[in-house]
Design a binder for this molecule. Structure first.
Ligand SMILES: [Zn+2]
Ligand SMILES: [Zn+2]
Length: 242
């Protein structure tokens, strides 16, 4: 039995069929133990948003081409999109998923992403899904890479294959949380590299991560992939930090 199934079994003994966000409604393993009241608080990202980095604009500013985030960043991906806003139950679930190994939230998070990304990620249009890698030390400590696990679920839903052997995080970086946009970009600029030298010959790649804030991390990955010959690199994340 896989680790995740064990945790689900353990959880169903401890707190049977109860929403793990509010503790106050029914929820099952299949729905990631998030009940309908908490699901109703999830805010999907809807237009208008920046065509490049996906940052939502307040109001109806549909004509703006470049947002404040894009003006301050050198972005190497063609576009970034996120399924939902990183707040409320989603933010809670992501933090506990990553930092407390609350893997039972994974179906909830993956379903949000698949619901939005699934309809636009066709195997004929994209060659690989590449999860943003963790540094090996961090991955050993966390025991899993959340981006990779989510990527496998998106791949199962879209039939776009996952490629985990392409990129590596060769430099351990400080957490980005308290850094400004330029500091974030500098912090991760040289953090990623190809695992081994190869030419990507126009490959069309979907970079996948759990959260996107400024895009500094995914852009650093996209830069490496583009330099190796990738034809197009787009980004999908479950949540957008706003
Ligand atoms: Zn709930
Ligand atoms: Zn933007």
């Amino acid at each position: 039995m896989a680790f995740q199934e064990w945790t689900n079994v353990a959880l169903s003994f401890l707190s049977p069929e109860v929403c793990q966000i509010c503790g106050d409604e029914r929820a099952t393993a299949r729905t990631g133990f998030v009940g309908s009241n908490c699901r109703n608080q999830v805010r999907f990202i809807r237009p208008p948003f920046c065509q490049r980095c996906g940052l939502p604009f307040p109001g109806d500013l549909t004509t703006r081409v470049e947002c404040e985030n894009c003006r301050e960043m050198d972005l190497y991906f063609s576009s970034a999109r996120s399924a939902v806003a990183a707040r409320g139950p989603v933010l809670d679930a992501i933090h506990r998923y990553k930092y407390q190994r609350a893997l039972w939230f994974e179906p909830f998070l993956a379903d949000l992403l698949i619901r939005e990304a699934g309809p636009v990620l066709h195997p004929g249009k994209w060659d690989y899904i590449v999860p943003v890698p963790l540094h090996p030390l961090k991955q050993r400590e966390r025991e899993f890479n959340q981006a990779e696990r989510l990527a496998r679920r998106v791949s199962a839903a879209t039939k776009v294959p996952v490629q985990t052997r392409l990129l590596q995080r060769s430099v351990p970086t400080r957490t980005q949380t308290l850094l400004s946009r330029p500091e974030r970009a500098a912090n991760v600029r040289r953090a990623f590299a190809l695992r081994e030298p190869r030419r990507l010959a126009g490959a069309r790649i979907v970079l996948l991560d759990d959260v996107l804030t400024t895009g500094a991390t995914t852009s650093a990955c996209a830069r490496v992939l583009r330099a190796a010959g990738a034809g197009d690199v787009c980004v999908w994340t479950v949540a957008r930090g706003l």
